[in-house]
Every structure is written in structure tokens, then in C-alpha cells.
Design a protein around this ligand. Structure first.
Ligand code: G3P
Length: 222
């Protein structure tokens, strides 16, 4: 199971990567613009924070076939390995995904709003399929559709991994983890909510206070 941070905020990636075993970082054009930095500069900074085994994803901006191919090749050349290009699943995007895969590049099909779009991206050879869960919920049963997608990939034995994206809260993440989502990308603020619970702090304070009262120290041994 792979868990990615969906962000180009270098400080947030540093903060979370320091104590969580994350598998890499995903970005999209909007996320890159929010960094306020030059795209190549910020991708370079994120790459420096990652080990060679952790994955980095960046998205094409071009919407024409040749443009997507050129940007896809450029993006994948940014690292020796584990660099993936994200391509939206338009008609042109599906065609470009097949070509980029023929060239042996790592591809994530993005902007997915239905299991059927994802099915075609899997047929085109995409390594990852990114359904936009929260946005899908605006049109109906987003969770149910992503669960259907996970099952469809298993039924046909596709290699493509669902990489669920677009989460607004922990409840949405929970629903997909329970469903066995093979990979997921989540924004820093939602990851923090997954990890931090006030009850844990209250429990730890209580343990420390009781230890202090009994043994006069806040450590196991003197
Ligand atoms: O990276 C793609 C996806 O996570 C977009 O999320 O929050 O813009 O719906 P959002």
C-alpha cells in the first residue's frame, strides 16, 4: 500500500516526512502554483527531500498530443527513477498515455471522475489511476464508485493501481482505506488530522503526571 503527500509545500513535506513513512509526493499544476515558486525549482526541492525509492509525480500542462508527450518526457527526465508524469484522461490524454507507456515512462492517469474513464486509462497502460474522490462526491456516490473501480481492476487483473486523490476530510480517507485502496494521495492538512488526536495528548499528560507524582521524574529510569 502506498501513501503519498499531495502537496508542493516543501515545509509541510519536510514536517510530515520527518515522522511518517510516506512513499512519495504528488503534485498538480494548481498545487505547484500555490508554492509560489518556479515549477522546476520546487520539484527539485521536493526531489531532494525524497530518497531514490520514494516517488515524485508532476503533471503536464499542455493539452495537445505532441505537447503532452514532450512535457511527459521532460518531467520523467527530472529524476533517475521513480519520476512519474500525470496526464488527465481526456481523449488526447488517453492516446498520449498509451504512447508514453510504449516509451517505458511512468504514468499516472489523473482527473478521473468515473470508473469508466479509469478503465480506459488502465487499458491504455497507465501505472496509476487517480479518481478525484471528493469532486466525484459532488456528482453522486464517489466512495462507491472508487470501490467499484478497485474491484474492477482486480477482476480483470490490470496492473494499474488506483491512487485515490482529492480528499477533504479523514472520513473520506477512512472509507477508502477500509476498502483496501492500493494507493492514496492526501493533502498535509488532512494527514495531520489523521495523526493528531487531542485524546492522545491528554492520555500522555496523565501518564507523565502520575509517573512524576510517584517517582519524581518524567522519565522511565532516573
Ligand atoms: O492532485 C489531484 C487532486 O488531489 C485534486 O484535489 O482538492 O483539488 O480536489 P482537489
Amino acid at each position: 500500500m502506498e501513501f503519498f503527500i499531495d502537496s508542493a509545500d516543501v515545509e509541510a513535506i519536510k514536517e510530515l516526512g520527518d515522522f511518517l513513512p510516506i512513499d512519495g509526493v504528488t503534485t498538480n499544476p494548481t498545487i505547484i502554483t500555490k508554492s509560489g515558486k518556479d515549477p522546476l525549482e520546487v520539484l527539485g526541492q521536493i526531489s531532494e527531500l525524497l530518497s531514490d525509492d520514494q516517488k515524485l509525480f508532476a503533471q503536464v500542462v499542455a493539452t495537445d498530443y505532441e505537447g503532452i508527450l514532450a512535457e511527459g518526457r521532460r518531467i520523467c527526465s527530472l529524476r533517475e527513477r521513480n519520476m512519474f508524469v500525470k496526464v488527465p484522461v481526456s481523449r488526447t490524454g488517453l492516446k498520449a498515455i498509451a504512447t508514453l507507456k510504449e516509451e517505458g515512462l511512468g504514468v499516472l492517469a489523473t482527473g478521473i471522475y468515473s470508473p469508466e474513464q479509469a478503465f480506459w486509462a488502465a487499458k491504455a497502460g497507465a501505472d496509476y489511476l487517480a479518481p478525484y474522490l471528493n469532486r466525484m462526491c459532488n456528482y453522486g456516490d464517489g466512495v462507491g464508485q472508487v470501490v467499484d473501480l478497485i474491484e474492477t481492476m482486480a477482476i480483470y487483473g490490470f496492473d494499474a493501481k488506483v491512487c485515490a486523490a482529492s480528499f477533504k476530510n479523514v472520513e473520506q480517507v477512512h472509507a477508502l482505506l477500509v476498502a483496501g485502496v492500493p494507493s492514496i494521495t492526501v493533502a498535509p492538512e488532512v494527514i495531520r488530522s489523521m495523526v493528531d488526536h487531542p485524546g492522545t495528548g491528554i492520555a500522555v499528560d496523565e501518564f507523565t503526571a502520575n509517573w512524576q507524582a510517584s517517582y519524581g521524574r518524567a522519565a522511565f529510569e532516573a
